[in-house]
Design a protein around this ligand. Structure first.
Ligand code: C5P
Length: 231
């Protein structure tokens, strides 16, 4: 009846240009990953969390959540999808194939409980993700004389920005991700692996403030969102 959460946190955070991986950058004085894990630990019905970490991670063991009995760690891989697969390998030997798995970015500490309820209780499909309808106009580019130019404008009414968590039954997600990696498909989220094999994940509208901390300015924004949330 419970569900598991997989948190890929084995990245090095190149785009942030900081002295440590971005999942350990401080927000409101706490490492990002610590905030994300403590948020997840409040989700009702949670069975446990599997965090994928890089082999040479020397920060995780210092987090308060590292000792929590519901928090398990595995060693991640070269790409995000390899890290998620390592966590699913761990779960695959312990849990039934139909166990719901939610994959959630370490870099999204601000997801609200209402969004989690929408994904868990209101989604019609067991294969679903939080996403935000696009508010900007989206241009598809081509390269001409070395410069990006607009090839076409996509119909904004059909554009969504994928967030996390993204959910699927353990067995289905495991096999789709494994097969996608075998084919060397470009997989930047779990939904793309499911789409490759004919599944159409349901889009569950999520709140705009479920931002992914990617660039330095996102830290200030995330701190403001968290302050308002927990004020
Ligand atoms: O690069 P991006 O922000 O999309 O990464 C999303 C998440 O995937 C991050 O939390 C990062 O730590 C994780 N990741 C991983 N293993 C990798 C690369 C990224 O777990 N090899």
């Amino acid at each position: 009846s419970g569900y598991w959460v997989v948190v890929p946190a084995a990245g090095v955070g190149k785009r942030m240009g900081a002295d440590r991986p971005k999942q350990y950058l401080p927000l409101l004085g706490r490492p990002l990953l610590s905030l994300t894990l403590s948020n997840i630990l409040t989700w009702p019905g949670l069975s446990g969390i599997v965090v994928a970490l890089s082999a040479d991670d020397d920060h995780f063991s210092h987090l308060a959540e590292a000792k929590h009995p519901q928090v398990h760690r595995v060693t991640g891989g070269a790409e995000r999808a390899d890290s998620v697969l390592a966590a699913l390998d761990f779960l695959g030997t312990r849990e039934p194939q139909d166990t719901p798995v939610l994959v959630h970015d370490a870099a999204r500490p601000c997801v609200a409980l209402e969004d989690i309820s929408a994904l868990l209780d209101e989604a019609v499909s067991p294969v679903a993700l939080l996403a935000q309808p696009a508010s900007d106009t989206v241009k598809q580019s081509a390269i001409e004389q070395g410069c990006p130019v607009v090839e076409k404008t996509l119909d904004r009414n059909h554009i969504w920005l994928a967030q996390t968590p993204q959910r699927a039954p353990l067995g289905l997600l495991h096999s789709c991700l494994r097969r996608a990696l075998e084919q060397h498909a470009a997989i930047t989220d779990e939904a793309s692996a499911l789409e490759l094999f004919g599944h159409a994940p349901q889009l569950v509208p999520g709140q705009r403030d479920n931002i992914k901390v990617t660039h330095p300015s996102d830290i200030v924004l995330a701190e403001t969102i968290l302050r308002l949330r927990y004020a």
